[in-house]
Design a protein around this ligand. Structure first.
Ligand code: AMP
Ligand code: MG
Length: 355
């Protein structure tokens, strides 16, 4: 199969035709990669088992890892879920369209081939013009996981999608770089109070304030290494977002952490290893060894999220043997960044004690 790549960033008369062509592929059971505000998604008709099966095949995704259904209007939600609890209604009013996925009890029309065999279905309304128009024109909920090969970092621009999926899918809609750069927050609303299954841009602090009760994160995500708890979002149990090199997260207070990273990097380099460092602007002057990538600034954690997956992919190209990264706080958006970094590192971390 030859993958067509169409740029959709510029306006113009051509646009209508492009969306019609893309929607026709979805209706015919094909695969279209498209930008959302979080990461690029790999879309197929979410109500058709055979179409969803093609997503699993193209990505090499384990079949028990369910897909998120993307909708453009709340009307579509009523058709694919059994009920919409009050807490979900509040979250929808405040955060849809946006980077928030809600897990409901599924209606009969949603095939098990989309939900990985579960009785629940995850749904999101993306806040991106291309995603929105594609869903509207296709006139079906679009099942779309991240448009990467399973295990690779999620794509934040169209060239990342092409790197992983060229000639395995029908079409890539190139809408430029995405805004957020990390996957959506996933919240299970089948339980009271709702539980966060995957942290993201919409934080536990934001949801706690909105719902006026303490919202917690699935304990399996936090204690994965110490216990045998299984994450409730099946995808979270797989090593994910992984670069080819060994990645180690160093956590500690300010300069102590940066100095430790430089010390470890220098030791590895002395043994002939190619070393990479992921550091923030605040500590850039501490680093001298190897490939140093400044990921963003701690003053604005959005900048860090936006660059994370691109930098992990770039390290694959520069063929480093080992990467050291600064750690981040487990509050606010930092929790999502740390969650993805630890996944990428297969939980390898060095925690420095306060001095
Ligand atoms: P991706 O779109 O690639 O980020 O993957 C979708 C994520 O949503 C995976 O981690 C899934 O485990 C999670 N997910 C999808 N549907 C459900 C569901 N019904 N219950 C819990 N988690 C889900
Ligand atoms: Mg993914």
């Amino acid at each position: 199969m030859k993958t067509k790549i169409i740029s959709i960033t510029e306006g113009g008369k051509e646009q209508d035709k492009i969306y019609q062509e893309a929607a026709e592929i979805i209706k015919q059971g094909g695969l279209v990669a498209f930008p959302t505000e979080t990461v690029y998604g790999l879309g197929a008709n979410g109500l058709e088992e055979a179409a969803a099966a093609k997503i699993y095949a193209a990505k090499g995704r384990p079949s028990d890892n369910p897909l998120i259904l993307h909708i453009a209007e709340v009307k579509q939600l009523e058709r694919i879920v059994k009920q919409i609890p009050d807490a979900a209604k509040k979250m929808i009013q405040n955060y849809w369209p946006g980077p928030l996925t809600l897990v409901f009890e599924k209606a009969d029309c949603v095939p098990y081939g989309t939900t990985g065999g579960l009785e629940t279905v995850a749904v999101r309304m993306p806040n991106h013009i291309v995603a929105k128009r594609l869903i509207q024109e296709s006139d079906v909920p679009i099942a779309a996981p991240s448009a990467n090969l399973s295990g690779r970092p999620s794509p934040t621009k169209a060239s990342h999608v092409a790197e992983d999926l060229l000639d395995k899918i029908d079409l890539i809609l190139d809408g430029g770089s995405v805004g957020i750069g990390l996957e959506s927050t996933i919240v299970d609303v089948t339980v009271t109070p709702p539980v966060i299954l995957r942290p993201g841009y919409i934080t536990k602090e934001m949801l706690t304030e909105l719902l006026q009760e303490e919202i917690s994160v699935d304990p399996a995500l936090i204690q994965e290494t110490e216990t045998n708890l299984k994450p409730k979002a099946p995808g979270m149990k797989y090593r994910h977002y992984a670069p080819k090199a060994e990645l180690i997260i160093v956590e500690g207070s300010s300069y102590q952490m940066a100095r430790k990273i430089e010390e470890l990097a220098a030791k590895q380099a002395a043994q002939g290893k190619q070393v990479g460092i992921i550091g923030t602007k605040e500590f850039q002057n501490e680093y001298r060894t190897g490939f140093i990538k400044i990921i963003g600034t701690r003053a604005q954690e959005e900048t860090i999220a936006k660059n994370l997956y691109r930098i992990l992919r770039e390290f694959d190209e520069s063929q480093v043997d080992i990467i050291y990264s600064e750690g981040f706080s487990s509050e606010h958006f930092g929790q999502a960044i740390m969650n993805r970094l630890l996944k990428a590192a297969g939980n390898k971390r060095i925690v420095l004690s306060e001095q």
